[in-house]
Ligand binder design. Structure first.
Ligand SMILES: [Zn+2]
Length: 268
């Protein structure tokens, strides 16, 4: 996979990583094995306790493959047509990266996630996607200007690193929930609250970047099992998802924030 050969830098010394068989090696001799499942672990330590678990990823994959979040995938893919190198940070299953790659037939993709289980799954999300284990907070293990599109869907943001990883003129597509997102379920099951004014937080983190905000809202007719998956696929899983769920009509509401990275002088 080309992204593994030319995009990555050593998490130890920031030297360019090159492929040598089933290993990536930097000029200083740090080496990282390509796992049998196709991903590379560049984290260099154990995954944190809040990394997605295999059960969360299974629930998310079921929910996504049923098409309930397709409006987000369509919106993201609409922002990345014409891209050639697409990075998804905090990719989870890499569902959105796969949609973006489908919409950009000559593009290559790279998924990063702090969860090894996510990286394993993302490695087979799309024939043109590669996958690494990395922590967005610690820095993306890619060379400067590696990507011309960067996706961050319901995932942690690192403004300085996103600015560094994107080429000048590259697009950053951030998807955040609005206060109305899954409100029915929050009321019914006492789920975690959506933090207020997330769009403002995104815009404030990238001063000087031209931006556009597209609200996307839709209704989902969910079975009891799908309601359970929706709760169990996110951070609420760590607080014990409800034992009994019921079928429901659930409103989804997100904002798709597209920002364009200015030239190097105005990096955040
Ligand atoms: Zn190194």
């Amino acid at each position: 996979m080309s992204a593994l050969d030319t995009w990555l830098r050593c998490p130890n010394c920031a030297g360019l990583l090159g492929r040598r068989g089933r290993t990536l090696v930097c000029p200083a001799g740090h080496s990282y094995d390509v796992a049998r499942q196709g991903y590379v672990n560049l984290l260099g330590r154990a995954a944190p306790a809040n990394a997605d678990t295999p059960a969360m990823l299974d629930a998310r994959a079921r929910f996504q493959s049923a098409g309930h979040y397709a409006p987000i995938a369509r919106a993201v893919a609409g922002e990345t047509t014409g891209s050639s190198r697409i990075l998804e940070a905090g990719a989870g299953t890499a569902y959105y990266l796969a949609a973006a790659l489908d919409g950009a037939p000559s593009a290559e993709g790279l998924a990063t996630d702090v969860s090894t289980a996510a990286a394993r799954r993302a490695a087979r999300a799309h024939p043109r996607a590669a996958s690494v284990v990395a922590d967005t907070w610690a820095g993306l293990p890619v060379v400067d200007g590696a990507a011309d599109a960067l996706l961050c869907v319901f995932a942690p943001r690192n403004a300085a690193e996103f600015g560094r990883a994107l080429a000048p003129g590259g697009r950053l597509v951030v998807v955040v929930p609005t206060g109305a997102h899954l409100a029915v379920l929050r009321d019914r099951y006492g789920l975690l609250d959506v933090a207020g004014s997330k769009v403002d937080d995104v815009l404030a983190a990238f001063p000087g970047w031209p931006s556009r905000v597209e609200p996307v809202s839709w209704e989902m007719e969910l079975t009891a099992g799908e309601v359970h998956d929706l709760i169990a696929m996110g951070p609420n899983a760590f607080h014990g998802p409800p034992a009994d769920t019921a079928a429901a009509t659930v409103g989804a509401s997100v904002a798709v924030v597209t920002l364009t990275r200015p030239d190097a002088r105005s990096r955040p």
